[in-house]
Design a protein around this ligand. Structure first.
Ligand code: FAD
Length: 377
């Protein structure tokens, strides 16, 4: 796999070694799309009962709740872990190490030997939980040649795309210059209980020369990363024509944020700890969701069509920003501050007032509960 000038990885065939068997094209999901599930789908919402795990997770900790129930004996769990700025797929065989996979890393993970290892573990009769983006799950299915395994549970994140890793590297360069340190961990959605909006970016850095390390926190609405990425200026080109941004899915289970929680299911609002949407796409997935609801997850079944309404990436792919090309040129040449000054939009005063003065979800849910109590009296 080789990085292109935008920082995305692509396969590169070494012609001197290629025997022209055509297998790489046969398993390429963009040439031969993988079948999506056609079983009835169900939606569930809520959060894991363990408050600490919920706090450590991106949404409501559904991933950990599922892993806990599925992995009883002789199991292996695959997921994306972080190593400084690098994100890669790896596996664990002890649930104590689940923390490595918790938290969304908003960058494409290097899949490495994960598919090969997964196949090997399945052939040894182990129970496998494989998590990743929808295209990674499709890649696994293609690698397994569509063969079904009772002992394999696939869990995908509902994904709208991955941004170029060059942007975060620019930030790392800035920290290197200004703080004489390097980023050693980056939590994109740190749950800071002192903030009204939990999507705070928390960056820790440390330096070999300077014993002092530190953290930088950046509020969601003032964070250039979110502004630039969510304006669709730096996603991977294939994400703009993603095959998986449809309601039918490839994995047994799809996990996302419970967007719209304050509108259609305020009873499931979990404050700053976040809430999860679980979409089950197979009978196997549904059974797991029903089990966690009995064991370690507080929530309930939702109306599937309502849930779909608030999940853009389950309906359509993101549209490429017409200025993407110009942004990418600047990303290659400008430093972090100049880049952000030119491309990141500051939040409007109207949005800030509506978020922080009148309309945070917390306030909306409080108002909803107040009205409900009043009606009951
Ligand atoms: C790139 C990306 C884009 C996303 N976009 C959306 C979106 O538009 N709307 C939405 O509702 N939800 C989106 N999500 C999903 C959401 O952020 C949470 O990951 C999901 O709700 C699970 O949260 P949790 O609390 O259950 O699990 P957590 O404990 O936070 O578990 C994280 C799970 O995500 C996997 N994961 C983390 N980073 C990566 C990565 N880089 N590549 C592959 N797998 C990864 C882990 O293996 C683990 O299974 C996205 C996630 C990613 C990684």
């Amino acid at each position: 796999m080789q990085e292109d000038e935008e920082g995305f990885l692509y396969p590169n065939v070494d012609d001197t070694l290629c025997v022209e068997c055509g297998l790489c094209e046969k398993v390429c999901q963009y040439i031969n799309p993988v079948n999506k599930n056609t079983e009835p789908q169900n939606a569930f919402g809520g959060h894991i009962s363990d408050a600490e795990v919920s706090n450590e997770s991106t949404s409501g900790g559904a991933f950990s709740a599922i892993a806990d129930v599925w992995c009883d004996d002789n199991y292996v769990i695959f997921g994306a872990e972080t190593d400084g700025l690098k994100i890669r797929h790896s596996f664990i065989n002890n649930k104590k190490d689940l923390y490595k996979f918790r938290r969304s890393k908003y960058s494409q993970s290097v899949i490495g030997n994960a598919y090969k290892n997964c196949k090997q573990f399945l052939s040894e009769g182990k129970k496998v939980l494989f998590s990743g983006t929808p295209c990674q799950i499709a890649g696994l299915k293609a690698f397994l040649k569509g063969k079904e395994f009772d002992k394999l549970l696939t869990v995908e994140v509902i994904c709208e795309g991955v941004p170029s890793p060059l942007f975060v590297r620019k930030l790392d360069d800035k920290i290197s210059k200004e703080k004489n340190g390097r980023i050693n961990s980056l939590d994109y959605r740190y749950k800071d209980s002192n903030k009204w909006d939990y999507q705070v970016m928390n960056i820790s850095y440390s330096s070999l020369h300077n014993p002092a390390s530190g953290t930088i926190k950046c509020d969601r609405w003032f964070n250039p990363f979110w502004s630039i990425w969510l304006n669709h200026l730096m996603s991977r080109p294939s994400c703009y024509k993603c095959l998986y941004t449809t309601s039918n899915r490839v994995a047994d289970i799809s996990l996302g944020d419970l967007w719209g929680v304050h509108i259609y299911c305020p009873d499931l609002y979990n404050g700053d700890r976040g809430a999860s949407l679980i979409v089950t796409n197979t009978d196997k997935g549904k059974k797991i969701a029903e089990t966690i609801l009995k064991e370690n997850f507080i929530g309930r079944e939702l109306d599937f069509s309502q849930a779909l309404k608030y999940q853009g990436p389950m309906r359509k792919s993101i549209a490429e920003n017409p200025k993407r090309e110009d942004f990418m040129q600047d990303l290659k040449t400008m430093d972090y501050d100049s880049l952000c000054k030119k491309w990141a939009k500051r939040p409007s005063l109207k949005l800030l007032i509506s978020k922080y003065v009148f309309g945070t979800n917390r306030q909306k849910v409080w108002w909803w509960n107040f009205k409900k109590k009043f009606k009951n009296k």
